[in-house]
Ligand binder design. Structure first.
Ligand SMILES: [Cu+2]
Length: 184
């Protein structure tokens, strides 16, 4: 092996090392330790630490664009003037993702619901009994088509229980429903 080749090999190895170093830093910021940390612990973790746990929580729950939830760094309770955004995927199949949304009592949430897959879904939210009965008293977003996103803002007054569901024919019976968990 000539000196020139050795030189190239050395440069390549240094380059690889830099890539691994950068990858390690990024993964350190976004890694499992980031999103399983207690509240506040992830704030100064690596260059992407600030956006880590909250964003990843949303992504791993199967949704995008959700603001940090209760217990996550950066959590701000939603109010009527400034609702907290929770993105929910309707589908694929007869599912919601996430199937459980954590709130604190009295929060105002803007649900942004995106349908994934070819079926049309709806999103009804409110007191669990009204949601189960498909009562008009509980607000709903109707006819959310594939890759379409529609939103609804709701204030969770009282102690619940609250829920959400899709009542397109057969969907609720197939399990297309979710729960609201009130945490303190
Ligand atoms: Cu549905």
């Amino acid at each position: 092996m000539s000196h020139r080749m050795l030189g190239r090999l050395g440069a390549a190895l240094v380059g690889l090392g830099l890539i691994l170093l950068v990858a390690g830093t990024v993964l350190g910021g976004l890694g499992p330790a980031g999103w399983s940390s207690p509240p506040g612990a992830g704030a100064n973790r690596g260059p992407f630490g600030a956006m880590g746990p909250g964003m990843m929580g949303g992504v791993w729950a199967g949704s995008t664009g959700s603001a940090p939830g209760p217990g996550a760094p950066g959590f701000v309770a939603g109010t009527p003037a400034a609702p907290r955004v929770v993105h929910v995927l309707a589908g694929p199949g007869y599912t919601f993702g996430p199937a459980d949304v954590r709130i604190i009592a009295g929060e105002t949430i803007t649900f942004e619901v995106t349908t994934v897959g070819p079926m049309v879904h709806e999103f009804k939210v409110g007191p669990a009994a009204e949601v189960a009965a498909d009562a008009d008293a509980a607000p709903e977003i109707a006819d959310i088509g594939m890759m379409e996103t529609k939103s609804l803002t709701y204030t969770f007054s009282g102690s619940g229980p609250f829920a959400f569901a899709c009542h397109e024919p057969g969907h609720y019976e197939a399990g297309m429903r979710g729960t609201i968990t009130i945490v303190s």
